[in-house]
Structure formats: structure tokens, C-alpha cells
Design a protein around this ligand. Structure first.
Ligand SMILES: *Cc1c(COP(=O)(O)O)cnc(C)c1O
Length: 429
């Protein structure tokens, strides 16, 4: 049965919360009728070129026949079954693929239903690991400012304290050790001084810290900061030297977005715990995973608790696992490296924005292009303008950024970049 509901926008406005909005004075929302390829079609008829890949997830564009088939075939066989005491082929096949494509020390997989939950699980793993080895004082995390790790409480506690309004939750949110955000740009020379300062934090705090958690190479929702691989390399060494686990949150960067399959490859390192999500199912279903090493898994299992205390109802959902398998196959089949290189080339057109007075910085890495302007963007205003130009781009703060589906045709990529230039040049932000 196809659904033919018409969208009641008044009901939406009066009853439904959208992300990070007020219930009294919400930002406008645009009703979507359907999506295909790299297009979002509005109820009002406009066909928009997608610049966001639905928050990093729709890497193969929308409605890919192989992804649709993976869901349809699985739904006809078994849509969901509890993962407690039962297992199934889609979960086993997916975990095999994940173990194969992630850095080789990562051997054990925990499947969950969203990125935030994957981060919660990673934090539990780290705490339980040290606890089971008798390190009862390792109860905190270290992290860098400007990070983003999700909106549940433990995940939020390691997000940038200012951006995620930590002051509002004082006394409720666990307090962790924040180091300065990585300073040295991906494109600059390594900075020894910065790394020495990082070391000081480890000297002072390692005894109370179970893990350091960070997004490798690209700090996304906390400021689209592209930082130098030498920072990650140093982190890996410091974590080893000071007995702190390294958690890499690749929920945004995973599956090729930065030009390597996982961003940790830019620094040639491997974490103790890895979180992935977003593009895992090609944007078709919600699914995430937390991977860890034999050492961490054994540590947890030999401890007092003996088990990892987590188990979501929809853990290992067969529909999500099956479409994730198909999406990973598509990455290889489509030659994602060539696709992302083409995106990186096309996104260089954003450099034209450098000539505009309002622009502070333009940066491109893999399939991510960022234009930083010198004032807060008026989201409602710029989006109305973008829709007139036929593109879907949603800025935040001072950042107008695009990370389109890997399948975006060159001509559409040019139109996305041109739209960003025009919006700034016409002062429509
Ligand atoms: C989006 C994101 C999360 C949270 O994932 P959800 O699926 O929204 O819970 C965590 N970490 C990073 C780096 C992300 O980009």
C-alpha cells in the first residue's frame, strides 16, 4: 500500500518537535514528497539538488534499487527478531564485513540503533574495561573542545561544553577533562608545541581517565574543524604511554567521506574502540556499531560483571543489517574512492568564495566543503534563497557546508557551489 497522506503543516508546527527548534517559534520546515538519486522533491513541486546527504548518511543518493531490494527481500523474510538468544544471517554478514574493512585490531562488534547509542556503548566499554582490571579511579573521559558525539547524556557530556549548553545540566552531566580543540589545520605543518601541551593534559589527568574520545580529522557538528593527522598520531602514542583507551567516533567520517575509508587512515592509526553510524546503511535505516579489540573485549568479559551491560530492543535489526551489507557492497562496486575524489575536485569551486568580504575561510577535504562566514547565518533566510536556486543546503552557526551524495553529477556539484557563492554575494544570509 502506498501512502497518499497530504501533509498537514499546521499540525506539524503545533505538535511536532524538529531537531534543535523551539515549539513556540520554530524555523520553517519544507514538506518533502519524495526523493530519488541526488534529488529531494518538495510537495510544492520544487526539485532540489541535495547538498547534505541527509546529514552524512545518503552516500549513494536516494532510492538506489539495490538498497531498496535489500530491504524488500529482508522484510518479506523477517523484518525483526530479538537479538537476545537468537542470531541471523544479515547481522553475521554485516559484522564480518565490518571486521574486514575496519583497522585490523578491531575484532568485536556491538550493533546498536543510533550514533549516540554507539557512543554510549563505547563509553561503557571503556569504563568496564578499566573497572574489571581493578582501576577503580579511571571514571572520567578526556576529549577535545569543539567535539560532537550525540545528544544522549553520556554522549552530550563529551560534546563541546558551550555548543551543547553544559551549563544548563550542571550537577547532572558527568564532568570530564576537556583539552583545547586541535589547532593545526589538516593542510598546515605539524605543530610540536600543540602536541607538547596535549601531553601535559595526559600527565595531569591520565590516572582518572578511562578513555580519550574524539572525531578523527574532522570535528563536524562542533565547527567543521579539519585538523592535522599528526595530532591523531600523537594521541595514539599518548594513550598507549599513559594507559588511556582511544575511542574514535567515525560516525560522520566513516565510509569514505574524508577521502579514506575511515579518517583514522590519514594518520595510519587504529583506535581501541570505534563508533560508526550515519552512512552505515547508505541512509536507508537507522543503525550503528561499536567495534573494539580482543584485548578490550576480553578485559570486560573477565571482569566482575563478566558481561557488557547493554542490549537495545532493536539490536541487530535484520532490515538495517541487510541494507548495510548492500550499502558496503555498493561502495566497492561504485569505486567510492573515484567518486569522492570527483567530489573533492568539484567542491574546489567553493574557493571562489574567498574573494567575498563576508568569507573568513574556505576548506575542502574529500567530499566535504565548508565556507565559514564572519557572522551567524540566518538559516531561515538563506534556506528560502537556496530553495529558489533549487538546492538543499542547511548551514549552522557561521558555517555553510556541503557533503553531497557520492553519486552527485559534476554539473549538480557546480550548481551547489554556485548557490553558496550567490547566497553570500547577494547577502541572502
Ligand atoms: C551524528 C553524530 C553522532 C550521533 O549520531 P545519532 O545517530 O544522531 O545519534 C555522534 N557522533 C558524531 C561524530 C556524529 O556526527
Amino acid at each position: 500500500m502506498s501512502n497518499n497522506y497530504s501533509i498537514d503543516l499546521d499540525f506539524d508546527k503545533n505538535h511536532i518537535w524538529h531537531p534543535y527548534t523551539s515549539m513556540i517559534d520554530p524555523l520553517p520546515v519544507y514538506p518533502v514528497a519524495r526523493t530519488f538519486d541526488n534529488r529531494i522533491v518538495l510537495e510544492t513541486g520544487e526539485e532540489l539538488i541535495d547538498g547534505m546527504a541527509s546529514w552524512w548518511s545518503a552516500i549513494h543518493g536516494y532510492g538506489h534499487p539495490k538498497l531498496i531490494a535489500a530491504i524488500q527481500q529482508q522484510a518479506a523474510k523477517m523484518s525483526h527478531v530479538m537479538f537476545g538468544g537468537l542470531t541471523h544471517a544479515p547481522a553475521v554478514e554485516l559484522c564480518k564485513k565490518l571486521v574486514a574493512i575496519t583497522p585490523s585490531p578491531l575484532q568485536k562488534v556491538f550493533l546498536a540503533d543510533s550514533g549516540s547509542v554507539a557512543v554510549e556503548v563505547a563509553i561503557k566499554m571503556a569504563l568496564q574495561f578499566w573497572l574489571s582490571r581493578g582501576f577503580h579511579h579511571k571514571r572520567k573521559l578526556m576529549t577535545a573542545k569543539k567535539g560532537y558525539h550525540g545528544d544522549t547524556f553520556a554522549a552530550m557530556s563529551v560534546c563541546d561544553p558551550v555548543n551543547s549548553m553544559h551549563s544548563m545540566y550542571q550537577g547532572f552531566l558527568p564532568e570530564h577533562v576537556f583539552v583545547p580543540a586541535p589547532q593545526t589545520s589538516f593542510f598546515a605543518q605539524p605543530n610540536e608545541l600543540e602536541l607538547l601541551q596535549l601531553r601535559e593534559y595526559f600527565v595531569t589527568h591520565h590516572h582518572e581517565c578511562a578513555a580519550f574520545i574524539i572525531e578523527p580529522i574532522v570535528q563536524n557538528a562542533g565547527g567543521m574543524n579539519f585538523y592535522h593527522p599528526s595530532y591523531l598520531k600523537a594521541l595514539r602514542d599518548l594513550c598507549d604511554e599513559f594507559e588511556v583507551l582511544l575511542i574514535l567516533d567515525e560516525i560522520a567520517t566513516g565510509f569514505g567521506r574524508t577521502g579514506t575509508l575511515f579518517a583514522s587512515e590519514h594518520a595510519d592509526i587504529s583506535p581501541d574502540i570505534l563508533c560508526i553510524g550515519k552512512a552505515l546503511t547508505g541512509g536507508m535505516m537507522t543503525l550503528s556499531a561499536t567495534l573494539t579489540t580482543d584485548q578490550v573485549a576480553l578485559g570486560i568479559s573477565q571482569g566482575e560483571a563478566k558481561v557488557l551491560m547493554h542490549g537495545p530492543t532493536f539490536m541487530g535489526n535484520p532490515l538495517a543489517c541487510n541494507v548495510a551489507c548492500a550499502s558496503i557492497d555498493l561502495l566497492v562496486e561504485n569505486d567510492w574512492q573515484t567518486q569522492v575524489t570527483a567530489l573533492a575536485d568539484g567542491l574546489q569551486a567553493l574557493q571562489a568564495c574567498q574573494t567575498l568580504d563576508a568569507v573568513k575561510n574556505v576548506r575542502v577535504l574529500g567530499g566535504i566543503g565548508v565556507v565559514e562566514v564572519n557572522r551567524q547565518v540566518n538559516v531561515a533566510k538563506i534556506q528560502a534563497y537556496f530553495i529558489k536556486l533549487g538546492v538543499w543546503i542547511r548551514p549552522f552557526g557561521k558555517l555553510i557546508y556541503i557533503m553531497p551524495p557520492y553519486t552527485t553529477p559534476t554539473a549538480d556539484l557546480a550548481l551547489l557551489c554556485e548557490a553558496v557563492f550567490k547566497a553570500i554575494a547577494a547577502d541572502e544570509f
